[in-house]
Design a binder for this molecule. Structure first.
Ligand code: G4P
Length: 528
């Protein structure tokens, strides 16, 4: 019974946003509510400040800090919340995509002034693909933002998701007076720079009541009455199932910096957010309540000290109980492994953990045994699906500047790409090594780390590709012909799967039209 209770009380999620929308601020408020930190300002932002973008050492240093905040676990009410951090910098978007494979839901922060931004769009694409339940927090209501109806329409349209307002704002900017809680029928008043308390909430069972005019002034009270009538007419009540299937996203309005609207969202979150979910594997559907342990690696973090090449692999527990010093089966390597010092992240302190339950994340010391997506079980052979690689956006050829260090270079490239720093492709029929990344910064990181950790000196030559597509076909002859004719654009990924490297959308569309028997996939998932 204890085991089932442990599952039921867990909520594992991530906060995602475009940089600067308020993710760090919101995280901090959550931790304050959870008692995991005592004072504001305690969370070291792992966001990389805009002006520091050229200084990748600074970025690596900050990534080091972010190991400690990779997972923040805290108790709230009787729930155990695992908040998985995601890097804010867009060049590390791939890290964020992978973290999304390890969570059961997300909270999306949207800046009320800027609305939907580039990074929001991309992250939500991944959520939609995985049908991840989403709660939206519209932040910075204390600033003159977009019209509330326009903003909702923009989010719905741009992110292809239906919204369901849970609270409704009264003005924005310097006239922001607070929110009306559509669910609990209460008015929550906003006073800038002061923390909202329960006394600031007035229960309003009848919107025509005079108290509304008294608190808001007649004009704003009338606007609110009209808005609420309209909103309730359009949206009705929230259907939890629609939220859980990722079709409808509840929306809250607030101001993270003023700690306004945050508690309501957190309270709703623990009430409706999914408990650890069952998952698909390569052989069967795995029920989270099964008592045999299973889990997968979704992130690997290198030690920053070049003398120690050990790494921390982050394991998400999917079923059963993870135990310290117990042998588990490493499916890909077909060998049994055990861990004497697994970390947990409760209250943001790394401490050795004895056991962990579904939804939890455990940090494992790794000397090179793991790569992203690896599965651990109690003996059964399967691996978890739904942990794809996405197409990189920048491609460069690796040029070895020191032929004496060829072996070191190969080892370094393999290990760094196992960590998920970048993707490695090998030119078809040749030996050219191609690195694909989401951002320019990773190339600097790779060059630096190859030299300092492996003694290998490289230079990169930019290649004119913009996207990688994984290819499949029922007709192996057609695939062979295509690969031969298009040799300059064909490569193999690390697992030996065939990939087409497209110069532009036009080329990609042309090849797709000319080769109807070949399917072009935008993630590597098809091979799992
Ligand atoms: P991020 O992690 O999503 O990148 O954003 P972060 O929380 O760091 O917030 C970005 C900026 O927005 C910060 O200001 C933060 O103080 C501010 N902010 C967050 N929530 C609100 C809000 O509700 N209202 C207003 N007006 N501002 C908000 P900064 O000047 O960039 O950083 P800092 O010097 O304050 O740390």
């Amino acid at each position: 019974m204890k085991y089932q209770n442990e599952i039921q009380r867990r909520r594992t999620f991530a906060i995602i946003s475009h940089p600067d929308a308020g993710k760090t601020t919101l995280t901090e408020k959550f931790l304050l509510f959870g008692g995991a930190i005592q004072v504001a300002g305690a969370v070291k932002s792992n966001k990389i400040k805009k002006h520091a973008t050229s200084d990748f050492m600074e970025i690596e240093r900050q990534r080091g800090i972010s190991v400690a905040t990779s997972v923040m676990s805290f108790e709230y009410e009787s729930s155990l919340i695992n908040l998985l951090d995601t890097p804010g910098h867009k060049d590390f978007a791939e890290d964020t995509y992978r973290t999304l494979t390890a969570v059961d839901s997300v909270i999306l922060v949207v800046d009320s002034v800027n609305g939907v931004e580039e990074q929001t769009r991309r992250l939500m694409q991944v959520c939609r693909m995985r049908k991840t339940p989403v709660i939206v927090f519209i932040n910075k209501m204390d600033r003159d933002g977009k019209n509330r109806f326009d903003l909702l329409e923009e989010i719905e349209k741009e992110l292809s998701i239906s919204l369901h307002p849970m609270t409704w704002p009264i003005n924005s900017g310097k006239d922001f007076k607070g929110v009306y809680d559509l669910h609990n029928k209460g008015l929550r008043l906003f006073t800038p720079n002061t923390k909202a308390t329960d006394e600031d909430t007035i229960s309003v069972s009848d919107l025509s009541a005079g108290i509304l005019d008294e608190k808001l002034g007649q004009k704003d009270a009338d606007i609110l009455r009209e808005d609420v009538e309209l909103v309730e007419g359009v949206y009705g009540s929230l259907e939890k199932e629609m939220y859980l299937s990722g079709e409808v996203a509840p929306v809250f309005f607030g101001s993270a910096i003023n700690n306004f609207g945050v508690k309501e969202m957190l309270d709703t979150f623990i009430r409706i957010a999914p408990t650890p979910r069952s998952r698909e594997t390569s052989t069967r559907f795995l029920n989270v309540h099964e008592d045999k342990f299973s889990g997968f690696i979704f992130k690997i973090h290198a030690n920053l000290d070049p003398k120690h090449r050990d790494r921390i692999a982050f394991l998400r527990v999917c079923s059963g109980k993870f135990e310290r010093n117990k042998y588990f089966h490493h499916v890909r390597l077909d060998k049994d492994v055990r861990f004497s010092n697994p970390y947990s992240f409760l209250a943001r302190e790394k401490s050795v953990v004895e056991d962990a339950y579904p939804g939890d994340v455990v940090g494992l010391f790794d000397t090179g045994n793991f790569k992203i997506g690896d599965t651990l079980t109690e003996g059964e052979d399967f691996f978890f699906t739904g942990i794809p690689s996405f197409s990189p956006e920048i491609f460069k050829e690796v040029v070895n500047k020191d032929p004496m260090k060829t072996k070191q270079l190969e080892k370094g490239l393999l290990q760094l790409t196992d960590e998920g720093v970048a993707q490695l492709f090998t030119q078809f029929g040749g030996n050219k090594k191609i690195i694909g990344c989401v951002g320019e910064l990773q190339f600097e990181v790779i060059q630096y780390r190859l030299l300092h950790e492996y003694g290998a000196s490289v230079q990169f030559n930019t290649l004119p590709f913009y996207k990688a597509c994984w290819l499949t076909s029922e007709d192996s002859k057609k695939m062979e012909d295509f690969a031969r004719f298009k040799q300059a654009n064909i490569a193999e990924d690390k697992d030996g799967h065939m990939v087409y490297l497209a110069q532009s959308e036009w080329f990609l569309n042309t090849e797709r039209n000319n080769n109807p028997d070949i399917t072009f996939h935008f993630t590597s998932e098809i091979h799992k």
